[in-house]
Write a protein of this length. Structure first.
Length: 753
């Protein structure tokens, strides 16, 4: 029985069955096209309904948008509805109903209906013509913002603005330009069927393989078990239409050798598996030559090499129709040779340096200092905050493996570290602490007639330090007859991330290590309501001490006792390796306030920056929200009215910080004075943009001078020449946008170290 299972033809049959099972898995797990119902509903004291008919359209179509409001309170009301219409749709201003206005520049329609007492439903119908389609981003969204407004004062407590999105699909039908470039394939060999399809996505592919199989997956990998001529039919479907195309494919029984490996670069003694992908009529005979004198007759063998070098692997397969060969190259190497030099002891509080050494194959060094801190690089400088013995581990890596070297290090008694709270509270040096306006409400100072004392109380033993901080904040507010704050999970995230950040990067204040502001951290955490301040403290071991400090500090007291705050989030980090050991943060929110609009803030280069044109200039900016699908930041360089795209970034460098290092000389920028700007774009749509900054690129004195220009004097013409149009390229130009106002300054309170 075991000998029967080793026959080549049965192995090939099992291989084909494996691919059939893979195709079945793809079929059962194929993703379907998104459905566009054309309907969305927003519940509330006044409910809002949007209905678009049809919800899937193409340029030239007309859709009808129904906007319906239902007053569930049956009392007089004057709500407002603001509709943001996509630029691809056109609303005729002459068709607007009574009480509606339309801003052509911003594509915004405002409807101000009036509900009489007892009236329950009002609706309008708007005809929208489809003018254009964005092929890259066919999904468009009509956004409605509802502001309920009742005549009674009691009902105003529930009159919170709410947003409703209605997704639509605006595109063109799919077009199949080519089914596949395969005309003839070997029997049993896996091949990928790739189609070139135009039109608007998403596009769903359904393949009929001509042998009874139906595969619902884009560009599938398939194998045929019988030779012959097959008629392949491809169906391409997007939300608008389905199109088909036929392709003829011939499956031949001749052998075709093909293989890959699970790793082409391995270390000495490391096993490598060669994966057979050959095809042809069974039975097939396999011969592997690994290049080191060893061979195998297995379909997919595993082999290991005993010496470093470069080996050529050859696979030969045979059947009654002939033979075929395939080749691959395996590189076998050794882990790197590495060592390090570091002192045997150091006093606590004083830095110690280490140096790594290795051969030319080392790609990266990683230091583990034994106290939880990790570094990368050939050299390291570290300061231990506590005494003891620490094992320093250096790991050197190359493409073939890793080598580790360790040393014990003694940290002796050193400088006495005292973790005292900060005394100066009113500093605004970081630019984030102000006594200003919060959502249009002036925060008046709260005076104390005597020092505030907060005694510890008995709390459940299972409370975390952050939960205890939340309790003491509400306890302090009750002493001033203020309502209890709700603990909100999203605010907890923002607070905890900031305390971790202060502890990890050894700073204190409100501007994060990534340059983020407090209100931006609320946006980053997803808190969709008003910002009501941030309070931080450090050096206090117990939570009631931090709250007592906040209430006794005038700038903190305005935040802690803010009568407009409804929500709070708390965070705590304790680390004896951090300068101030204990860190506390409280983030305050207003559930009835709208969140501040995100601002695209530039960090560097600063205004009027000068640099050599050959130097690498790093552009940095902050954006406090996740990017929409397909969106990216684009750097534009302006010279007069000409705008040139220089680069883009779609992933943050850290937190809300984005970075784009560029060598302008390599991008053919010549020395001159320019303006630069960052724009957030989704395709051709600009979602946000920064202000304009001036930058001067100076010539590099080390560069050779350009060759002199040769002047040729033309003969004087005897007649007036006729002007001819320019035949060279005409570069796109863009008028610089007006400078945006500076980012908002947030009310915060920060103790200075």
């Amino acid at each position: 029985m075991q000998k029967f299972l080793k026959t080549p033809w049965l192995v090939a049959s099992l291989f084909i069955a494996l691919f059939a099972a893979t195709v079945w898995w793809w079929h059962t797990h194929a993703a379907s096209l998104p459905a566009y119902s054309g309907y969305a509903r927003l519940e509330g004291p006044i409910s809002l309904e949007l209905a678009a008919t049809p919800a899937v359209v193409t340029p030239g179509d007309t859709l009808s948008l129904l906007v319906r409001l239902t007053n569930h309170n049956k009392e007089a009301a004057t709500p407002s509805v603001s509709l943001q219409i996509p630029v691809s749709l056109q609303l005729q201003a002459a068709m607007l109903p009574m009480g509606a206005t339309f801003n052509v520049q911003t594509q915004t329609m405002t409807w101000l209906p009036v509900f009489a007492a007892g009236e329950s439903v009002q609706e309008i119908s708007l005809p929208l013509r489809v003018n254009t389609a964005d092929l890259q981003y066919p999904e468009q969204v009509i956004t409605a913002v509802l502001q309920p407004q009742f005549n009674s004062i009691i009902a105003d407590a529930a009159a919170v603005p709410a947003q409703l999105d209605l997704p639509l699909w605006v595109g063109i039908p799919p077009q199949i330009n080519r089914v596949t470039n395969l005309v003839q394939i070997p029997l049993g060999q896996p091949v990928q069927l790739q189609a070139e399809i135009g039109g608007s996505g998403p596009v769903k592919q359904v393949w009929y393989l001509g042998d009874g199989r139906r595969v619902e997956v884009n560009d599938p990998i398939v194998a045929y078990s019988l030779s012959g001529v097959y008629q392949i039919t491809l169906e391409a479907t997007n939300p608008l239409q389905t199109v088909t195309q036929i392709h003829i494919l011939t499956v031949v029984p001749h052998p075709s050798a093909q293989f890959t490996a699970d790793d082409w670069s391995v270390g000495i003694g490391q096993p490598i598996t060669f994966l057979n992908q050959s095809g042809g009529q069974s039975p097939l005979r396999y011969t592997w030559d690994f290049g080191d004198g060893f061979t195998s007759d297995q379909p997919s063998p595993t082999h290991s090499y005993t010496a470093a070098g470069v080996y050529q692997v050859r696979l030969t397969i045979r059947n009654e129709f002939g033979q075929s060969e395939a080749f691959g190259v395996v590189t076998v190497g050794q882990p790197p040779i590495a060592d390090m030099v570091i002192g045997a002891s150091v006093p606590a509080g004083q830095p110690i340096s280490g140096q790594a050494y290795g051969d030319d194959t080392v790609s990266i060094y990683v230091w583990d200092m034994g106290d939880g801190r990790l570094y990368e690089g050939a050299s390291v400088t570290h300061t231990y905050r506590q005494m003891g013995d620490f094992y320093v581990l250096l790991t050197a890596l190359n493409e073939f493996g890793s080598t580790q070297v360790g040393r014990w290090l003694r940290v002796d008694p050193g400088v006495l570290w005292t973790y005292l709270p900060a005394i100066l509270y009113e500093s605004a040096s970081d630019g984030a602490v102000v006594d200003g306006v919060l959502d249009g409400l002036n925060l008046e100072p709260v005076e104390l007639t005597e020092a505030f004392v907060l005694e510890p109380v008995e709390l459940p033993p299972n409370l975390t330090p952050a939960e205890q901080l939340y309790y003491y904040i509400n306890l302090a507010r009750q002493r001033f007859d203020l309502p209890v704050l709700n603990q909100v999970y999203l605010l907890n995230i923002a607070a905890q991330q900031h305390t971790n950040d202060m502890s990890l990067f050894a700073y204190t204040g409100h501007v994060g290590s990534d340059g983020s502001y407090p209100a931006e951290r609320l946006l980053m955490a997803g808190y969709a309501h008003g910002y009501a301040g941030e309070a931080t403290a450090w050096g206090f071991e117990r939570p009631y001490e931090a709250v007592e400090f906040w209430v006794n500090s005038p700038s903190h007291r305005r935040i802690i006792l803010n009568q407009f705050a409804t929500d709070v989030g708390v965070g705590y980090t304790g680390s004896f390796t951090a300068p101030n050991v204990w860190y506390w943060t409280a983030e305050f929110g207003d559930a009835y306030g709208a969140p501040l609009s995100p601002a695209l803030r530039l960090q560097q280069p600063t205004a009027e920056w000068e640099t050599l044109v050959t130097a690498v200039t790093e552009y940095r900016w902050n954006w406090p929200q996740p990017l929409p699908d397909g969106a990216e930041f684009v750097l534009y360089l302006y010279q007069g009215r000409q705008a040139v795209r220089m680069g883009s970034a779609a992933q943050p460098f850290a937190g809300s910080l984005y970075a784009l290092p560029l060598n302008m000389h390599e991008l053919s920028v010549v020395p001159d004075v320019y303006q630069w700007q960052i724009k957030l774009q989704q395709g051709a749509t600009v979602l946000a943009e920064s202000d304009l900054r001036t930058i001067t690129f100076l010539p590099d004195p080390d560069l050779p001078p350009p060759p002199p220009l040769v002047t040729v004097t033309a003969p004087t013409p005897t007649s007036t020449p006729t002007p001819t149009p320019t035949t060279g390229p005409i570069w796109p130009t863009e008028t610089p946008r007006p400078t945006l106002p500076p980012p908002p300054v947030f009310p915060t309170a920060t103790p200075s170290p």
